[in-house]
Design a protein around this ligand. Structure first.
Ligand code: ATP
Ligand code: MG
Length: 397
């Protein structure tokens, strides 16, 4: 393909898949192509690698965003290809090091050569030495450091010779949709976006659900959740946000349950509604940002009660993490700054001063049924509004 740039994508866990490897690789290829829709892209697969040849009219930022947000990509790099001929390999290396990170001409480097084609008449060591020579000829101030180099130049001898410099990290994991679909309970807090990231990393496709108690929670709180959804959308390969009108249900709970049980009942109702929406959307699980013992509604007793409201698996990928770890990951994936904006979530506004910490499951289950809230929950499901977000993070109107 003329007017195009070649990228090499390194695969991690996918390479370990046995007979199913094809399924995972195909999904990864399709997920990447979907994000590059509108630009000519040719794909070729080789052991442990996928090569993407992308037309040059595709902006660099789109390419970077694509590879850095697509699960299954362990690392990626712009790559040059040439015939398996030592002179051509050296010439290609010269071209490659005109660009970053080598273009600074300073610091330490190492060359790594790999021969998938054992017929190639030079050993890996020979190629390493030749490449090292090219770098030192071009940049005499640089030096070799095999233990802790600032940058790396790699040459892989396959059907052709492929050369690239230090690969950038991808998010790893497994391609989204290889594990089916679930519904994420997305609040405006720090935890749930991180939970989404964690589950998407294991290949789960997700749609998001937000419980909105307008006017107790403001339009700004909804805007914040939309922003979080758009930040997550590239990782989720696009998603939908279901906004459930929750005011009536919350007021009903407030009136019809003991004060110390209200938070627990909110959560039970959220789980009920999530379960209904998940069935509608053909999801197979529910994902929350809960962590063991983080707050009263997240003790073992409370979780056991809210779990019983869903007949689907409830995934809590943060269950064993402490808050600092969660915050660090939120910063890394870029959701933290939005999550800490001050708009209150509905649970916070309606929450009792002394919530029940260790509920008796039988008692609270009886209290739940005594409230007679099912019709209100069905109405909330019917009146749910849906917003679509593309894999580019943009809301689709
Ligand atoms: P985060 O909301 O990110 O967890 P938090 O710890 O302040 O921050 P919690 O009250 O602990 O929030 O809520 C636990 C989990 O319940 C959330 O991670 C989320 O999955 C779900 N949740 C809470 N409130 C809502 C809401 N309004 N809409 C959807 N899901 C919610
Ligand atoms: Mg939380």
């Amino acid at each position: 393909m003329n007017d195009s740039t070649l990228y090499l994508v390194k695969l991690g866990e996918i390479s370990l898949k046995g007979l199913n490897r094809d399924f995972f690789e195909k999904r990864l290829k399709n997920n990447i192509k979907h994000k590059l829709k509108g630009y000519r892209t040719q794909v070729s697969k080789q052991k442990g690698r996928i090569f993407f040849e992308i037309s040059n009219d595709c902006p660099k930022e789109i390419i970077e965003r694509t590879f850095s947000t697509t699960f299954g990509v362990v690392g990626y790099s712009r790559c040059l290809r040439c015939e398996k001929d030592m002179e051509q390999i050296k010439e290609t290396a010269r071209l490659l090091i005109e660009d970053a990170p080598f273009s600074s001409g300073k610091g330490s480097f190492k060359s790594i050569s790999k021969r998938a084609d054992k017929q190639f008449p030079f050993t890996s060591y020979d190629i390493d030495c030749e490449l090292g020579g090219v770098v030192l000829d071009t940049y005499p101030e640089m030096h070799v450091d095999v233990k802790n180099p600032d940058m790396i130049i790699t040459c892989e001898i396959r059907d052709k010779a492929y050369l690239y410099t230090s690969a950038k990290p991808g998010p790893g994991g497994l391609p989204v949709s290889t594990a089916g679909k679930g519904m994420l309970l997305l609040s405006g807090g720090i935890d749930s976006p991180v939970a989404a990231y964690r589950m998407a990393q294991r290949g789960l496709k997700m749609e998001c659900i937000y419980f909105h108690a307008y006017p107790y929670t403001s339009e700004l709180a909804l805007e914040k959740v939309k922003t979080l959804t758009s930040l997550l959308a590239p990782y989720l390969q696009g998603t939908r946000l279901h906004v459930v009108p929750f005011t009536e249900a919350q007021l009903w709970i407030k009136q019809h349950s003991p004060e110390d049980e209200t938070t627990l009942m909110f959560r039970a109702c959220m789980m009920k509604v999530a379960n209904k929406l998940s069935l509608q959307q053909e999801g197979l699980c529910i994902v929350t940002g809960e962590a063991m013992s983080q707050v009263a509604s997240q003790t073992l007793e409370s979780l056991s009660f809210t779990d019983s409201m869903s007949d689907q698996v409830v995934m809590r990928p943060l269950v064993g993490m402490d808050k600092q770890e969660i915050m660090d990951l939120a910063k890394k994936i870029g959701t933290y700054e939005t999550s800490i904006l001050p708009y209150e979530d509905c649970c916070v506004i309606f929450s009792p001063r002394h919530p029940l910490v260790r509920p008796d499951k039988k008692t609270v289950t009886e209290h739940y049924h005594a409230m007679g809230i099912e019709a209100l929950l069905d109405e909330a499901v019917t009146n749910t509004e849906v917003f679509d977000f593309g894999p580019d993070g943009q809301q689709r109107f």
